[in-house]
Every structure is written in C-alpha cells, then in structure tokens.
Design a protein around this ligand. Structure first.
Ligand code: GLN
Length: 495
C-alpha cells in the first residue's frame, strides 16, 4: 500500500494484513516532515516514538481481533481542537504553550475509533480567514501550487490530505472553512448541520455558526468518519439529540451509476449565483459539466431563487465578529493566554497582552464586533444583521422545499497567489457561496469537479436540508463513482 491510498483503501489493506498501523503511521510522519518546508501544513507533530507506540498498540489490538472502525489510521486535527497530548494554539501567539487538560469530543471519538493523530494542522488565527494567510506560524501552502493559498481557515488539514500525508483530517467551518480549502485543494470536505457534531473542545470563534467538519479523498471516506463523530454530546448543549444514520451502510446500498440512481431526485441550481460578478469562467464551465453529470445520473434540475442571498456576506461579517469579540474576551493574560512582560497596572497588562497576543485580522474582528454590539449601534447593525440572517435562512429553506439539494460553486475563483488579496474585504468576498448555508445552519459538502486552465482544482458545493447529511454523501458518492476528479493527486503527493 502506498501513502497515496484513500482511507477506505488503507482500512482494507490493514484488514487484509497488507499494511500495518506502524508502517502507515511512520510513513505519514515521514511525509509530514519532508513536506513541511514546502507546505507548512502542520503547527505541531507528535513525537515519532509516541505515534509509533500508538501504532504498535493498534496492530496488537487488531491481532487480538479488536474491530475498531478506524483502527491504526493516521489522521491530523486542525489546531483549533483541543488535545491533551499536543499543544493547541489556534495559530495564535496568544495561545503559545497552551496545553489543554482535556480532549475535544471529536478528538476523543476518533481516537476511540482507533485513529492515530500524528499532528495539529495550520489555520488562520482563531479560524478567521479564507486563505490560511493569517496564521502566526506563516501561511500554509497549496499542494497543487505552493505559491498559492490552500484556502482557509482549515488550510493545513486540506493540504495534508491533498498531499497524501494523511487520508483524513478534521476541520471546522464557521462560514466556509472546510468547504473552501477542500475546493482549493481538490478534495472532499463536509460541513455537517449545525448541531450534528459536538463542538465541545473546539476553540470558539462565532458560536452560533461554528461546526466541526471533515476532509478526506471521497464522500465514502467522509461517511466512515462522520459515523464516528456525529451525535449528541451532553457537554455541548447545541449538539442535537437525534439518531445518527449508518452513513456507510446507506451508501453501500445505492444502485450503481448505470442504473441512474438519482432518478426522482431534484437538484436545484441558482441562476443568480452563476451570474454573480467575478465568477471565473472555468468554474462556471466545470459546474455546468457537473450539473450534466448529475442529470445523466437521473436527477431532475430545477432553477431556484435565493432571495436576500447577496446580503449574506454583510450580515455574516457583523454577526461573526460580534460573537468573536465576546468569545475572545477571555484571553486576558490572566486566566488564558499570553501575558506581556512589561506593564504598570492591571489595565495596562490586559491591553498590552492582547495587543501582543492577537494578530491584525483578529484585532480587526474584535474591533468591528465590539463596535456593532455597542450601545447606540446595536439596533442598526447587530439586530439588523440577525433579521437579515432570518431572511437568508428562509430563502434557503424554501428553495430546499422545491428541491432535495442545491448545487452551487464553492468559490468564485480557484486558489489565489499568497499575498494577492490587497484588502480584507476582498478576502471576505471569497465567502460569497459558503456563508449562506452557514447562516442557515445547513449541511454542505464540497467535492472536486475539475481543474482550471492553470491546473488548479475546482469544487462544487451541494447543500442539503437540516440533518440530511446522508443525502449529500449519497449524491457525492454517486457522482464520484461516475467520475475521476476526486482521484487526481498533485505531483507532490508522489514524492
Ligand atoms: N472566511 C470566513 C471568516 O473569516 C469563514 C471562516 C471559517 O469558516 N472559520 O470568518
């Protein structure tokens, strides 16, 4: 088995005795190290002996007939999930040296399923960004072209999966942070419904939007992972207590592509999205081809309108900073976070610690958020944004009454050169297609559908009804059985 194999191929190899956890974990480690100067995908790596010992235990358990679903599979976690055995930084100077006394629920559940975390991946500081350029540790880079962004904020996780360092990784998605990097790196990424997966132990950015997500090389692999992490957690009051379907079992019973398994499904397209300013022509062409493929697989295409969709970005960039300004108030240099060395009094200590600890983008969000919540401005900004959020949500809900899924672009452009976005608003506009489903709390999946003229990956987004992840995974799985885009690997993955 080569490192180029997918999660399910590696599981099969382990089950057939063709690979050992020890060999897979050693290989993942070696690749992570070798590619670090090129990709900067990791913020920390586990000690090789520590991972090797975990892999040895996994091999022993397998030899004793233990059947954990992900036993011996190397994975990586976005460095926004707290972990006891590795530091957690949120890519911020603020949290340098922080070690959590507990594991995030997602981390715990994947470990319980037998996965072995080899490291923590790079991200935009506190998950604020669309390109992974705002990391205290420097930008992560795109495996298809390391002069370009991998997408953000979960850029390191996407780069690590695309470069075949690990077959799967965790991410978080507040306004697109799983879907955008998945699209820019040519892999599959899922943002589940708000409430589907526990957020316990994910460092909070915007609590009404944050959700855990997953990266892998196919919808099938995501189904295997989601089965493990989804479900109620008493430690997260926003996690919903509803049954978790057996996603892999559902996918396993789908008819093959030649039987047109999507007959009876209605897939909605949104003409106003396709006519939006600045959408790259090869993205439109790839999306049109994907639409035809879905049609050939049996789906009926319906045109939908999404009223107020163009207001999603302004509403999000009020709500998310407002919540961030409140969530990040805890980093005061006393209970949490970096503490300045020089100060005269307590107030100066707070100010100086925060001035030193946070990067520019985080400071910008805190300032905006504090402003929109302040007395006299609350009604004009925050309340208004909440009203717009309701309109956006209603638009998606009624569109999803006319169809089972919506098919849209993930991004308006393919991965941009690092440093190319001249001002913050340009970067915020990159979230055009991903923010709506976040405001509405809907599940959305990004999967590869082609390449642009420069050879950079293009993704499609499919958006579903609340808690209907099974349908998203099924659609993407059927598409992936009929096409090969998800199998493409960047040349650097063969190193
Ligand atoms: N780009 C968006 C932001 O900066 C979304 C980031 C995310 O999903 N964490 O807020």
């Amino acid at each position: 088995m080569t490192p180029l194999s997918s999660l399910s191929e590696l599981l099969a190899a382990l089950a057939q005795g063709k690979a050992t956890a020890q060999s897979l974990v050693a290989c993942a480690h070696a690749r992570a190290k070798a590619l670090q100067p090129t990709l900067n995908a990791f913020i920390s790596l586990a000690e090789p002996e520590q991972s090797a010992a975990a892999a040895r235990r996994a091999d022993q358990r397998r030899a004793h007939g233990v059947e954990a679903p992900l036993l011996g599979i190397p994975i990586a976690h976005k460095d926004l999930f707290v972990t006891t055995d590795l530091p957690t930084t949120a890519a911020s100077r603020m949290l340098l040296g922080y070690r959590s006394p507990f594991d995030a629920t997602v981390v715990e559940r994947l470990a319980a399923a037998g996965a072995i975390a080899i490291g923590k991946t790079n991200l935009d500081e506190f998950a604020m960004g669309s390109g992974n350029e705002h990391s205290f540790f420097g930008p992560a880079r795109n495996p298809w072209d390391p002069t370009r962004v991998p997408g953000g904020s979960s850029g390191g996780s996407a780069a690590a999966v695309a470069a075949a360092i690990v077959p799967a990784a965790t991410g978080t998605d507040t306004g697109g942070s799983v879907r955008q990097p998945a699209a820019h790196c040519g892999i599959t990424g899922l943002k589940p419904t708000y409430g589907r997966v526990s957020r316990y132990g994910i460092i909070a950015y915007a609590s009404s939007l944050d959700q855990a997500g997953l990266f892998a090389r196919s919808a099938w692999d995501i189904a295997l992972l989601l089965r493990q992490i989804a479900g109620h957690d008493p430690r997260d009051s926003t996690s919903v207590d509803c049954p978790v379907p057996d996603y892999p079992a559902i996918l396993a019973t789908l008819p093959p592509p030649r039987d047109r398994p999507l007959v009876g499904w209605r897939i909605g397209i949104v003409p106003s999205f396709l006519a939006a300013d600045g959408v790259q022509s090869d993205i439109l062409a790839a999306l049109e081809a994907a639409r035809r493929t879905y049609e050939q697989l049996g789906a009926a295409i319906v045109e939908c309108t999404l009223p107020a969709a163009e207001l999603a970005i302004p509403a999000y960039y009020i709500i998310a900073p407002a919540e961030a300004s409140s969530n990040l108030a805890r980093y005061d240099g006393v209970r949490y976070g970096h503490r300045t060395e020089r100060y005269d009094d307590l107030f100066a200590m707070y100010c100086q610690s925060r001035a030193e600890g946070f990067g520019w983008e985080v400071k910008r969000r805190i300032l905006i958020g504090t402003f929109v919540l302040s007395h006299g401005y609350y009604d004009a900004y925050y309340r208004k944004a909440q009203q717009v959020r309701r309109l956006v949500t209603d638009g998606y809900r009624s569109a999803l009454e006319q169809c089972d899924l919506l098919l849209t672009p993930v991004t308006a452009t393919t991965a941009w050169p690092i440093g190319a976005k001249a001002n913050p608003v340009e970067e915020y506009l990159a979230d055009l297609f991903t923010i709506g489903p976040s405001l509405a709390g809907l599940p959305a999946l990004a999967h590869p559908i082609g390449f642009d003229a420069a050879g950079l990956p293009i993704g499609a987004q499919i958006i579903g009804r609340p808690f209907d992840e099974a349908r998203l995974l099924a659609a993407a799985h059927i598409y992936q059985q009929a096409t090969d885009w998800h199998r493409a690997l960047p040349p650097l993955a063969h190193l």
